[in-house]
Write a protein that binds this ligand. Sequence first.
Ligand SMILES: *Cc1c(COP(=O)(O)O)cnc(C)c1O
Length: 395
Amino acid sequence: MKKEGTYHFETKAIHAGYTSKEHSDSLTPPIYQSSTFTFTSLEQGANRFAGVEDGYIYSRLSNPTVTVLEERMAQLEEGEAALAFGSGMAAVSAVLIGLTKANDHILCSRGVYGCTFGLLRMLQEKYQIDHTFSELATTEEIISKIQENTTCIYIETPINPTMKLIDLELVVRIAKEKGIMVVVDNTFSTPYLQKPLTLGCDISIHSATKYIGGHGDVIAGIIVGNHEIIKQLKKTTQKDIGGVISPFDAWLLLRGIKTLAVRMDRHCENAKKLANLLGNHPRIKAVYYPGDQNHPDYQIMKRQMKNGGGLLSFEVNGTYEDAVKVVNQLKLIPIAVSLGDAETLIQHPASMTHAVIPEEVRKDMGISNELLRLSVGLEAWEDIWDDLKQALDSL
Ligand SMILES: *Cc1c(COP(=O)(O)O)cnc(C)c1O
């Protein structure tokens, strides 16, 4: 690709980080299914190990197919470099372990992915790395929650499953003054809808399992940041802990990324239509969708996101049993966790993704027993709606 960085997002999603001339003229990046790489001389091997000569050594350290993925993602997020992992949690754990040491403190947005919650607990129990949750909504509140030993602010926005947003520029302004790193789990938005690094955040993380792959066929993770951070994390938490991605999975992600922009547009369009229709159904108590003008964080969405995303939640006007009935009545929409696939997926956070969180804490986070989360897929919105409507009408 010529003049990297000057192309639009859609073009970079297809071309960035890859030159066919360097790969036997292959139009698509080859899958380098090789664990190790050969040296022409002992001196060359030594130079590669010493880092004085570029080149591949061993696929836990780097692999040519994975390199294409990392370069493409770095460009899409407008960061300097990226690092791919074998899962979103391998990426999250690499970052949290890489940025902290014993007796440090992490300030987190209230409501993080269930396994991130589990990881934070483990870090606390085993390594005395403390954490607190915060709304991160006002300057006063953020300042009051920052401790002397806070080294990192960890944010999910939109927050699953309530779809609340966090004003990233507000957090960054305070964090910069105090020299604290800001990390954003950008899984829900993808770089197409939100670019945390351009707002001053230090690291953007993705569960690439979701929209980046986009087809429900791969588990993977990616982090993007500046050269220095990525180099440090590569050395500490990738090389020595080793949660690397396979070349084939990297190739699947490269294939998925080509259509990221068109897919996200359709996800958003469908979600907006469904949020509106659900909001007008008599058996629905509330709909939470950041792209909805009545959403409390709509103004933040307008500032930091391109569109409202493909996820929404809604509360059934009734009991827990009614919510169960609606889900079990669906004919087209599969019941499954995960998100960002071509298929619309529905799940029940209280009994599934957020079941590990104690009920009182859950309620406090806005997750009632009647709340359902929909990952709106790429089907015709009329068919998704028909399915939801017949299930709701059955109550
Ligand atoms: C799925 C998910 C993760 C974990 O990713 P895996 O690929 O399943 O390991 C982390 N954060 C968010 C927001 C997610 O949705």
